[in-house]
Each structure stands twice: as structure tokens, then as C-alpha cells.
Design a protein around this ligand. Structure first.
Ligand code: VGL
Ligand code: ZN
Length: 202
């Protein structure tokens, strides 16, 4: 059984001070670094994801003209209109400065297609297109994922649910995750959904 650590979207825009700040988002950094050091010390892989949108991404409230954090529809899929975030090449899209990049073996991007949002590390929200992550993991016979990062109720949740569906064993490091919580219960509900689908919450 080979394992990989999957670090989800620990980017400046999702940390305090950013346009889409997740409360205590920056507290995930030390946890990520600690796990990453342990994985590397055992010769296991560390992978990081980045939300990586073009500046006119269809999920942006600035593009739809709707108020931020309200619900609408983008190409037939339910869509929350987000503040501009994760713009390719911007400082905001960069990893948090304290995240130790020297421990990361591979970086994967998601959300590059303007027409569809992409919370999961594996698929867009319409499950039409797949990132390279699944193939990269399979090529290395990695069957067990340890997941942490931002945000519990969006990118962490959808990445974990897709990973379970793809047949991975998944552990979620709860202390290494924080949520957007548009409704205060959202992260707790997300943790329960992940657990119900077979994830082990540690
Ligand atoms: C995320 C909403 C939109 C996340 C990214 O990283 O959880 N959520 N884009
Ligand atoms: Zn996004």
C-alpha cells in the first residue's frame, strides 16, 4: 500500500487578508508542513493542488454580475458566485508563503476552464474533464490518500468524495482543514458526508 499526502488549495486568496479568506485558513499551513515532512521522511509523495482560474472565470460574481456568495447557475450547473480568486499567476493564487514548497513533489492545477467550476482535485463540477492527478497517482501505485487543506466544505469535500469513488482509501486530517461556512454548519456536514462515504477522519 503506497500513500500520498494531498494538500488542497493552501493559497493566499483563501487565507486571512485574501478576497475569499477562510477563517483560520492560515492555521492549516503548519499542519501541512508537519505531515509533508513526515511523508517525505518515509519516502512517500506529497502533492499540492492550486485553484487556478483565468481572470474572467465563470464562477466569479464580477463576471456573472450577481452578488457574491449567492447561488445561480453556470452552464446548467448550480454555482455559487465567488469573489475573484485564484487568478493564474497572481500572488493571490500562490501558495501561502509559509507552506514549504521544497517538500512538494508535484503541483496540479484545477479550474482553468472558464465555463465550469472545479472544486475537486480530480474532475470539474460537471464530471466532464479529469485532471492528471488520478493518472499520476496510479502510475506510482498510490492507493491511499491523506488529505488536508482548504476549504473543508468545497474543494476538500469534493476531492475526497471523488477519490473514494475512484477507489482510493482516504484519510482526512481534520486539524489541517478549514471551511468557508456560508452556513455555519457546512464544514461539520461536509465531514459527516466524507465519513459516510468511507473516509476516515483523523
Ligand atoms: C474553493 C470555492 C471556489 C476551494 C475554490 O478551494 O475550496 N472553493 N474555489
Ligand atoms: Zn475557485
Amino acid at each position: 500500500m503506497k500513500r500520498a499526502l494531498i494538500i488542497i488549495d493552501i493559497q493566499n486568496d483563501f487565507c486571512p487578508g485574501g478576497p475569499m479568506a477562510v477563517r483560520e485558513g492560515d492555521l492549516t499551513v503548519a499542519v501541512a508542513n508537519r505531515y509533508a515532512r513526515e511523508f517525505r521522511a518515509r519516502g512517500e509523495c506529497v502533492v499540492a493542488l492550486q485553484d487556478w482560474h483565468p481572470n474572467n472565470h465563470g464562477s466569479f460574481a464580477s463576471v456573472s454580475g450577481e452578488p457574491v456568495y449567492t447561488l445561480g447557475e453556470l452552464n446548467g450547473l448550480a454555482q455559487i458566485w465567488w469573489p475573484d480568486h485564484g487568478i493564474q499567476g497572481s500572488v493571490g493564487a500562490d501558495f501561502h508563503p509559509d507552506l514549504d514548497r521544497t517538500l512538494i513533489d508535484a503541483v496540479f492545477h484545477k479550474g482553468e476552464d472558464v465555463d465550469v467550476d472545479s472544486y475537486s482535485a480530480f474532475f470539474d463540477n460537471g464530471h466532464r474533464r479529469k485532471t492528471e492527478l488520478d493518472r499520476w497517482l496510479r502510475e506510482r501505485d498510490i492507493s491511499h490518500l491523506v488529505v488536508l487543506g482548504l476549504a473543508t466544505d468545497y474543494c476538500v469535500k469534493y476531492s475526497v468524495l471523488d477519490a473514494l469513488e475512484l477507489g482510493y482509501q482516504v484519510e482526512v486530517v481534520e486539524e489541517g482543514c478549514r471551511g468557508v461556512n456560508l452556513n455555519p454548519e457546512d464544514s461539520a456536514i461536509a465531514i459527516e458526508q466524507m465519513r459516510n462515504q468511507g473516509a476516515i477522519i483523523i
